[in-house]
Design a protein. Structure first.
Length: 198
């Protein structure tokens, strides 16, 4: 990494921290206090890899009181609805977009820190709707990269993929740069259909 790239990354990191603090203050202004014991600790940083996703919230230290065990056939699936430590990572390219879009991404990831919100289920949607209504955000489950780049006056380069895979049942297309060993035997479409090269 060159000196220029290091300085650029440092600037992005500082901007991210500043916008995170703004988001926290806004949440506190509508009664959502993140310093509560029930939420745990939250840290935020730039993602180390250059991901395609906007961001992610990595959960650690599950709270045993919120353990759910589901049986699927012979297997037991253990899920936790509350964690004591949350590490938010925001992709570097997101920091090139408008402040509004960056804060929207940060808010989306902060919601994942609340109990029962580590997915995009009912509780996540309720928090998103409340924040959207009270603070004028547009928090959704998924972002629209093309639109966000356009709003930010940043040139959008369409990513090219090595493989295009198609579902034989519903026709949905999937794009991948790598394929796991025995990919077509191991994976199916969400509809249950078989996958093949397009």
């Amino acid at each position: 990494m060159t000196k220029k790239e290091k300085i650029e990354e440092q600037n992005k990191s500082e901007r991210l921290e500043l916008l995170y603090k703004k988001c926290i203050a806004e949440l506190e202004s509508i009664g959502l206090d993140l310093s509560q014991k029930s939420i745990g600790t939250i840290s935020i940083q730039l993602a180390k890899r250059n991901n395609q996703r906007y961001g992610c919230c990595k959960q650690e230290e599950p709270d045993e009181r919120y353990k759910i065990v589901n049986k699927v056939g012979r297997r037991k699936i253990i899920k936790y609805e509350k964690f004591n430590k949350h590490n938010i990572e925001i992709s570097k390219w997101v920091l090139d977009l408008n402040e509004e879009i960056i804060k929207n991404t940060i808010m989306h990831e902060i919601i994942h820190c609340f109990p029962f919100c580590n997915n995009h289920g009912k509780q996540f949607k309720a928090y998103a709707e409340y924040i959207n209504k009270k603070l004028g955000y547009n928090i959704t489950r998924l972002g629209n990269k093309k639109e966000d780049f356009k709003k930010s006056n940043v040139e959008y380069e369409e990513k090219t993929y090595k493989y295009t895979i198609k579902c034989t049942k519903c026709g949905k297309l999937f794009h991948r740069n790598r394929l796991a060993k025995n990919f077509f035997r191991r994976y199916r479409c969400q509809c249950g259909g078989k996958l093949e090269f397009s």
